[in-house]
Design a protein around this ligand. Sequence first.
Ligand code: FEO
Length: 183
Amino acid sequence: MDTNRLSKTISNALNEQMTREAHASQIYLSYAAWAANSGFDGIANFLFRHAQEERNHMMKILEYILERGAKVKIKAIPAPDGDPESVNNCFEKVFKSEVDNTTEIYKLVKLSLDEQDWATWNFMQWFVKEQTEEETMALKMLNKIKIAGGEKAKDDALYTLDKDLASTPDDARLAEDVTTQNP
Ligand code: FEO
């Protein structure tokens, strides 16, 4: 008896998105390490927590694939695209990475619509909302950096920004607290 409730196309696409979320986590991790090396501990803290969020997204997709009786394929994660050149560039890269991810999420939504796989369509709506929030987060950061002077931001402005970010709350949770419903 076939208990797999995902088509081959949808299951492949979900597996690819799972690896993409892991890639997003590695990207945040690499930018966080860059920020820490550059003395921006607040920015590093913010990015480290976000790396954890992306890993939670990966787990959410992994659990969904399993719940639908399909096969999870763990693959190699591509390397991040290199260190940022500045704080401004760091958040430009964050924004681009989130927009690229949104594009891929939309493709999955379209695919589930085309196949009339309403369970996957419904599952993907959480990611649509999440991407909107993450794009807004990156946009707000870019605006703050712009006010601080963008590429020409002075050390004292960056110092204040870094201090602000150290206390900025986000949705990151500890791995043991994460469930599919509450990633
Ligand atoms: Fe999980 Fe920022 O995408």
